[in-house]
Design a protein around this ligand. Structure first.
Ligand SMILES: Cc1cc2nc3c(=O)[nH]c(=O)nc-3n(C[C@H](O)[C@H](O)[C@H](O)COP(=O)(O)OP(=O)(O)OC[C@H]3O[C@@H](n4cnc5c(N)ncnc54)[C@H](O)[C@@H]3O)c2cc1C
Length: 394
């Protein structure tokens, strides 16, 4: 079956279902957010002001609650988010649950974060939309230890004990999630933490994945020059082990941070030089994953029109299984892609972060920082929102 890319793109760009949950005011708010996020300098100023306000314990939560929180988060509790799960399920869209607490680095905070994640898992279990769960290892494990392991340094006895506790938390989370029927995706983070996260994820993929099913997915960031060979090695390794591997494929969220650190510390930039090189690597990886569908399950996590159109084409042409090759977008991002994929019968999920507003602020700031690197996508979305405002005459 030969599927035309131009026809797919036409179908992906329809606006009628994309903004149905937005009021005119909501659409204007989104337009304002996207316009702000386009400017990296403005984003830095907002980040600085917010971080200071949080340190001074000023009541900034209210501001976030009324502006960006409803765009990017499902709610403060699972009960708030339930209306989103119903909405997604009615439209054949799955939900990826994410407990949006970041940045706390004490053992107590890790235990509290674990408790929150476990409670979320239990509360979502049984809802037909809630099939996926994702988390950041650094939310329940100390960053200094992840960094030390990643740099190949040995740990003191005290650090080893803290690392063992962190691994126990990760294991407890995976075990509970899998028992409740979720597929779990472990996020990719900064390159100075990632080697530790990669080996931990591989260890747990080996433990929990079977020949038939990937219960645990790793995340591969294709903006890294080393990722094409890393991905090929992973596919090869798991094929030999006769285990399914799960791969969430992303471009990568930390362009500015990665480049800044490489420059400051004087090591070679780990990222591709240009966006086009990242795009090429990403699209090649989609093809590899589609061709390896007997070994790999894949979540094509992107808001990029070209990549989504390619994934759609390969899904149809290769008659792929919707349980093992699917697409995903973040809540508040590229809603037109998510709804048009679902409308056309393609398997797709939305990542729905949940958590108290104050605790979710680091997540929202990161989203703003991440978003400030993706101008082209914004321009497309800006145009679509303007078109929708014109269509509604508001
Ligand atoms: C469901 C989901 C889960 C995600 N989980 C993670 C995760 O675990 N870890 C993570 O890091 N990210 C994660 N992301 C975010 C992702 O990595 C991207 O930051 C985001 O999706 C934007 O990329 P894009 O493919 O959607 O869109 P596009 O707008 O096409 O691409 C933007 C991306 O291109 C790359 N880029 C931009 N400029 C350059 C340049 N000059 N040189 C090289 N590359 C460049 C960057 O990666 C940038 O984010 C996730 C995204 C989704 C949808």
């Amino acid at each position: 079956m030969n599927v035309e890319l131009s026809k797919i793109k036409e179908d992906l760009l329809r606006t009628d279902c994309a903004y149905e949950t937005y009021s005119c005011l909501g659409l204007r708010m989104r337009l304002l957010y996207l316009s702000i996020a386009k400017y990296s300098h403005l984003v830095k100023i907002i980040e600085g002001l917010t971080t200071t306000a949080l340190k001074l314990r000023l009541p900034v939560s209210f501001l976030f609650k009324k502006t960006v929180f409803p765009i990017f988060c499902g709610g403060e509790t699972i009960d708030d988010a339930r209306k989103w799960f119903d909405y997604l399920h009615q439209r054949n869209i799955s939900a990826i649950l994410d407990y949006a607490i970041e940045g706390k680095q004490e053992e107590d905070a890790f235990d509290k974060a674990l408790k929150g994640k476990l409670a979320l898992l239990k509360a979502g279990a049984g809802h037909p939309a809630c099939r996926y769960f994702e988390f950041k290892v650094s939310g329940i494990a100390p960053i200094d230890i992840l960094e030390k392991i990643s740099a190949g340094k040995s740990l003191s006895q005290k650090e080893q004990n803290r690392w063992n506790k962190a691994k126990e938390r990760v294991d407890a989370l995976l075990k509970e999630a899998i028992n409740l029927g979720y597929v779990v995706m472990i996020d990719a983070e900064e390159t100075w933490l990632q080697p530790a996260i990669d080996s931990l994820t591989e260890e747990f993929m080996e433990k929990y994945n079977t020949e038939e099913k990937a219960h645990v997915y790793t995340t591969v960031q294709m903006y890294l020059k080393k990722s094409p060979s890393y991905l090929q090695n992973l596919l090869h390794k798991f094929k030999n082990k006769r285990k399914k591997i799960g791969v969430k494929l992303v471009r990568g969220a930390y362009v500015l941070k990665e480049r800044k650190r490489a420059k400051e510390k004087g090591y070679p930039d780990p990222l591709w030089q240009t966006k086009e090189q990242t795009d090429q690597a990403y699209n090649n990886a989609i093809v590899s994953l589609a061709e390896s569908n007997n070994v790999a399950e894949a979540c094509i996590a992107t808001h990029n029109l070209e990549s989504i159109a390619l994934a759609w084409k390969l899904f149809k042409e290769n008659h792929l299984n919707p349980e093992s090759f699917w697409m995903a977008q973040l809540m508040g991002m590229a809603d037109f892609l998510t709804c048009n994929l679902a409308k056309n019968g393609l398997p797709v999920a939305k990542l729905v972060p949940i958590g108290p507003v104050r605790e979710a602020i680091p997540y929202l700031l990161r989203r703003l920082e991440e978003n400030s690197g993706i101008h082209r996508q914004f321009n497309l979305e800006l145009e679509m929102i303007k078109e929708e405002l014109r269509r509604r005459n508001c």
